[in-house]
Write a protein that binds this ligand. Structure first.
Ligand code: SF4
Length: 360
């Protein structure tokens, strides 16, 4: 299996170029082609000698995976399907260490959401997910493996809108903080001057609260954070989100309070509203107590009905009353618009199977 160059730093690219018998400055040229011009083949790297390109192609792959499917929603949202080979082991080098027969073939989805002058890409970080949230289609399908940094970055490069993307959210398939090294490497490439040169303000990572890696993320990055909260009561949250048994939401919020979100960096809390489950006044009051004094936003999300799932969304008037109650108590709260529902691209609906019944 050839090494993929996508996801490597200029220094690592230099080492690989020298190992292939090319001059050291080829490392910088490769970074330019990969991250600025975003080419898909060595052929296109025209300032590297023909012999040099041939040698690189012999030893390495560029690493961009092309989508194998695309669905277009009536609201302009696009869902792309990418094939991936996932090693189940964690870590940045897992791909390189894994031999072919240890890889599992799978697929992931990325969703491009247009909104006035914004083009946001919602990317996947794992194929499937092992967090097992009861309301999530990805969670139901189980875990197929971690994406490499190359597979995460491919989603940015291979979509038609690559050069027009304005924002990224790590809210697709998988729990990004369960694949920490690869996600952080992708973020490094997105934000480095030698990479995509995006401001960290353009990136939001969404997590259900894997505390040890959440702390590393808060210390090691300046990107925004979204926490999937969904229920302020520990026992109830544990019944829909098994992660609560390992890391309590109260401890997640306690950790977040230690960081400054009054400036450029933002934290938001996602709250899917399930009818009769987490949408009462009691829940609203507990949420207000939990978040009081924290500079944050709460996004209320309608639950998108999925066949075979026992949940119903709260009706609009209940959601509006919940929003108003939080707002009246000083918590910025909005009802998030649903996008791409007709192509199963909305929150909780991704499953990595194109145009089929997504349940597994
Ligand atoms: Fe995994 Fe997120 Fe789905 Fe939970 S909601 S199972 S963390 S993808």
């Amino acid at each position: 299996m050839k090494k993929k160059l996508l996801g490597k730093t200029p220094e690592e690219l230099k080492t690989l170029a020298v190992a292939a018998g090319l001059p050291a400055f080829t490392g910088k040229q490769l970074a330019q082609w990969l991250y600025v011009k975003r080419v898909r083949s060595f052929e296109e790297m025209t300032n590297i000698s023909k012999a040099g390109r041939a040698r690189l192609a012999e030893l390495y792959e560029v690493g961009v995976s092309e989508p194998v499917g695309m669905a277009l929603s009536s609201d302009g949202t696009k869902k792309y399907l990418f094939p991936v080979n996932c090693p189940k082991a964690s870590g940045l080098d897992a791909y390189e260490e894994a031999r072919g027969n240890e890889l599992e073939e799978a697929a992931v989805e990325a969703v491009m959401i247009p909104d006035e002058d914004r083009r946001t890409l919602c990317v996947s970080s794992q194929s499937g997910c092992r967090m097992g949230c009861k309301f999530c289609m990805t969670g139901r399908q189980g875990f197929h493996g971690h994406l490499s940094a190359a597979d995460i970055l491919s989603q940015f490069i291979a979509v038609e809108e690559s050069q027009d993307l304005t924002n990224a959210v790590f809210m697709g398939m998988g729990e990004p903080l369960d694949n920490y090294d690869n996600v952080m490497r992708a973020i490094e490439v997105l934000t480095a001057d030698w990479g995509f040169a995006w401001s960290p303000k353009r990136i939001t990572l969404s997590s259900i609260g894997v505390i040890p890696n959440l702390k590393r993320y808060l210390d090691g990055s300046r990107c925004h954070l979204a926490i999937s909260l969904h229920d302020p009561f520990s026992e109830e949250r544990a019944s829909i989100m098994p992660v609560e048994k390992a890391w309590h939401i109260e401890d997640v919020v306690r950790l977040i309070r230690q960081y400054d979100f009054s400036g450029q960096r933002r934290v938001s809390f996602e709250y899917i509203m399930f009818s009769g489950l987490n949408d009462s006044k009691r829940h609203g009051d507990a949420l207000i107590r939990m978040l009081r004094g924290l500079e944050c936003r709460v996004n209320l999300i309608r639950f998108h009905k999925i066949p075979g799932f026992p949940y119903e969304s709260s009706p609009a008037p209940v959601m509006e009353a919940f929003r108003d109650r939080l707002g009246a108590n000083g918590i910025t709260c909005t009802i998030r618009a649903s996008r791409g529902e007709d192509i199963l691209a909305a929150c909780g609906m991704l499953a990595g199977q194109h145009g089929k019944n997504k349940e597994s």
